[in-house]
Write a protein that binds this ligand. Structure first.
Ligand code: NAP
Length: 330
């Protein structure tokens, strides 16, 4: 590999339905030089997240794919940052990137391995923290159901709910993922939506109804959960991964009668509503991780070349835990 080469994955064509590897192009450009007020970052760990599918619908064709990473400062022309510092920021699918004072965030090494700053202590962990505690408002004894339960967000949701004294039911796409939630993370019950009838299984696992539903998926799973809502239940719409590859949603709102009869609340949510509280949330999550009350699992793909394949896999459920690309050694 010649020196001064920056490899980038760019959007070659807008995906129609599920993305394919042909929608991405691996290109080479010179490593950029930071201007005054910028830092040059070498990408170490890259986070792959389902929201990136949405961005592919609006980002310009030819642009570098958007994503968050944790990396090392190689050169700094920004006050407060020095070569060698570890920072987090939206570098995108490229080996080197430029950040500035609005987009470079120092990583606190006391919190744990630096990869966690884009996982359990980063955007997915904070999503679980604020979505559950602020929107679902669980109380001890409540039944909390979470979909995509073994994933980066879902696994943290279930564990925070357990810390709060709730009964937790996780819905996931394989027996292995379900046993991980129950046997390793301490959920009370799990449902494999690929082999079980979710509606029937909820009758058994949530016999008193669902007080809080943390919805990561939408579609038929969500419709089934709605039939089990308890009175005055709270649902947070965090994600709709079952619909991300559809041009138009395959089902309409057939759930309104359940919301009506149970006087329930459904609220949409995005984690970027809470920037002022991120540090407080991160510090609490770090304490729980340190005390062992929150466990996390990373699914690491080694090699920058694998970005499209790993991302397409995530949309189909191939990842088991927080999906990361290891771009380069720390
Ligand atoms: N609102 C926010 O601010 C915010 C922030 C972060 C994430 N999110 C959303 O939260 C959700 C989870 O994100 P994550 O980062 O934790 O990803 P993840 O759960 O680690 O990975 C995605 C998982 O989604 C599941 N999935 C894929 N297709 C599905 C389908 N048709 N039906 C049901 N499940 C399906 C798969 O697991 P199974 O094998 O279990 O099917 C897959 O492993 C996503 O919808 C994401 O967009 C929202």
């Amino acid at each position: 590999m010649p020196e001064n080469v920056n490899r980038q994955w760019v959007l070659k064509s807008r995906p129609d339905g599920m993305p394919t590897e042909a929608d991405f192009d691996l290109v080479q450009t010179p490593i950029p030089s930071p201007e005054y007020g910028q830092v040059l970052i070498k990408n170490l760990w890259m986070s792959l997240d389902p929201y990136m599918r949405g961005q592919m619908g609006s980002s310009p064709v030819g642009s570098v794919i958007v994503s968050e990473s944790v990396g090392r400062v190689m050169e700094s022309r920004l006050d407060g940052f020095e070569a060698g510092d570890i920072v987090r920021g939206r570098i995108g699918w490229q080996e080197y990137g430029l950040l500035d004072v609005t987009s470079a965030f120092p990583v606190n090494p006391d919190y744990g391995p630096i990869s966690t700053s884009v996982g359990v202590l980063g955007m997915p962990g904070l999503t679980a923290y604020f979505g559950l505690l602020d929107v679902c408002e669980p109380k001890p004894g409540d039944t909390v159901v979470v979909s995509s339960a073994s994933g980066a967000v879902g696994a943290v949701v279930g564990q925070i709910a357990k810390i709060g004294g709730c009964r937790v039911v996780g819905i996931a796409g394989s027996d292995e993922k379900v046993s991980y939630c129950v046997d390793e993370l301490g959920f009370d019950a799990g449902i494999n939506y690929k082999t079980q009838d979710v509606n029937e299984a909820l009758g058994v696992t949530a016999p008193d109804g669902v007080d809080c539903y943390f919805d990561n998926v939408g579609g038929p799973i969500t419709e089934a959960v709605m039939e089990h809502l308890a009175m005055y239940s709270r649902t947070v719409i965090c994600g709709r991964i079952s619909e991300y590859n559809e041009a138009t949603p395959s089902m309409g709102p057939r759930i309104l009668r359940y919301i009506h009869s149970t006087r329930s609340r459904i609220q949409g949510f995005t984690v970027n509503q809470y920037p002022a509280q991120f540090e407080e949330g991160r510090a609490q999550l770090a304490r729980w991780v340190k005390s062992g009350q929150i466990k996390y699992r990373e699914d690491i793909d080694e090699g920058f070349e694998n970005c499209p394949k790993a991302f397409i896999g995530q949309l189909g459920g191939a990842n088991f835990g927080k999906l990361l690309i290891k771009v380069s050694d720390e």
